[in-house]
Every structure is written in C-alpha cells, then in structure tokens.
Design a binder for this molecule. Structure first.
Ligand code: GTP
Ligand code: MG
Length: 205
C-alpha cells in the first residue's frame, strides 16, 4: 500500500464523539512506551505524525488519523505503567475499553508487545479481555531492531498464549528503527479493506 496522505483528524476521550463516517478503522494499543506512536509514524512514513516520548503515558486520548482518505488509524493511550495518577490511568482505560467494545467501524486492534522482554501479565490479561469481548485483534512484537535478541522472548510469548488459546492470532514483528514489518502490516490492512469493499459491492448488486 502506498501512503499518499496521512492527516491527524482529532482527539477524543469519548467514543460517542468519534467521527461518524463509515470507513474501516484500525487501532493500536499496548503497554505505555511499547512503541505505538513510533509504529504509526513508521507505517505512515511521517516522522512527527504521532507524538513520541521516553516518558510512558504520552498518548492520553483516542487519536484519529485519516489515511489516504480511505481508512482511519487510531492511536490509543497505553495501559500499565504511566507517569500519571492512578485516577488518570483508570479514566484512560475506561474510555479506551468503551471505544474498543462499542466502535462499529473498528476492524482490527493491533496489540503491541515489547519483543525485548519476557511475557507480561498485563499484556496477557488485556489479550484475554479482548477475547472475552469478541474484539478482533492481532499481535505486533515491537522493538525488533536486533532479531537475535528478541527471538526467544517472542517464542516465549507465543508459547504462553497457547496455554490458554487454541491457536495464535495473526502476528507481526516490527522495528521502528529498521522499518521491518511495515509492509506486512500495511498489506494486511489493505487486504481487510478490500474484503470490506467487495462485501459492500455484493450488497449493492
Ligand atoms: P505511550 O504513548 O507513552 O503509551 O508510548 P508509545 O507506546 O506510543 O511509545 P512511543 O512510540 O512514544 O515510544 C516509546 C519509546 O520507545 C521512545 O523512546 C521510542 O523512541 C522507543 N521506540 C519505539 N519503537 C522502537 C523500536 O522499534 N526500536 C527501538 N529501539 N526503540 C523504539
Ligand atoms: Mg504514544
């Protein structure tokens, strides 16, 4: 997929206020600092599009970006540790979960997992919650700049998931330093977009 345009649209803290237009939507979530905003900039090849920071808890709203005027990309606040109060974190989690459960346009949630560390309960719990709520998702192992260093952790994570899941979800391996995985994610989004467009054509026939 070629990214012709990538524009920030608006930020929300209430899913009911999110854009009404019916275009396919893809959200990015994961622990604070896992690299969500960096990945969005890598995918769109726009360095400053989503705000990046070393301080966990940079993204605090539901941020919408319109891509090629055809689909929306959504940057969500991280879960887990963040440099903010417990009350703030609970508030972010509440509106984020409401958005994920209620948003009709949402086609897929990309759950980002830090490929450099061991499986974290907070990630496994969140994936469990997505499953219980029937929300479609795939996994993205981030910070894979040096595959030799991440390989074991990624395999470990998959094995841990298979203790409770019958099969693994679609998964990607990425690095915002080397851009590995960028094409794979965009191709996946392209494929889902095409399926939706074909379904609409069939309905109209
Ligand atoms: P919050 O918005 O705070 O939840 O964080 P986030 O998940 O959006 O992470 P962000 O993209 O802001 O990146 C956090 C830190 O990780 C920054 O210092 C990035 O430069 C770094 N980072 C992100 N992706 C990669 C990567 O692929 N490799 C390496 N080495 N560092 C990365
Ligand atoms: Mg962010």
């Amino acid at each position: 997929m070629i990214i012709h345009t990538a524009e920030f649209t608006c930020s929300y803290v209430d899913w009911k206020k999110c854009p009404k237009e019916h275009v396919p939507e893809y959200a990015f979530i994961g622990r604070s600092n896992v690299g969500k905003s960096s990945l969005i900039n890598t995918l769109t090849e726009r360095k400053g599009l989503a705000k990046i920071s070393n301080t966990p808890g940079k993204t605090q709203c539901i941020n919408f970006f319109s891509i090629n005027k055809e689909w929306n990309l959504v940057d969500l606040p991280g879960y887990g540790y963040a440099k903010t109060s417990k009350k703030n974190r609970e508030l972010w989690m509440k509106f984020t979960k409401d958005y994920l459960r209620r948003r009709e346009q949402l086609q897929n949630v990309f759950v980002l997992i830090d490929g450099r560390i061991d499986p974290q309960n907070v990630d496994l719990d969140f994936i469990q919650w997505l499953g219980e709520n029937g929300i479609p998702f795939s996994l993205v192992f981030t910070k894979n700049d040096k595959p030799k260093k991440t390989f074991k952790n990624i395999e470990n994570f998959k094995e841990t998931l298979l203790e409770t899941w019958e099969e693994l979800p679609v998964n990607f391996i990425t690095s915002s330093v080397t851009n590995v995985g960028r094409e794979d994610i965009l191709a996946y989004i392209d494929q889902v977009n095409e399926t939706i467009a074909n379904d609409i054509d069939l309905e109209e026939e």
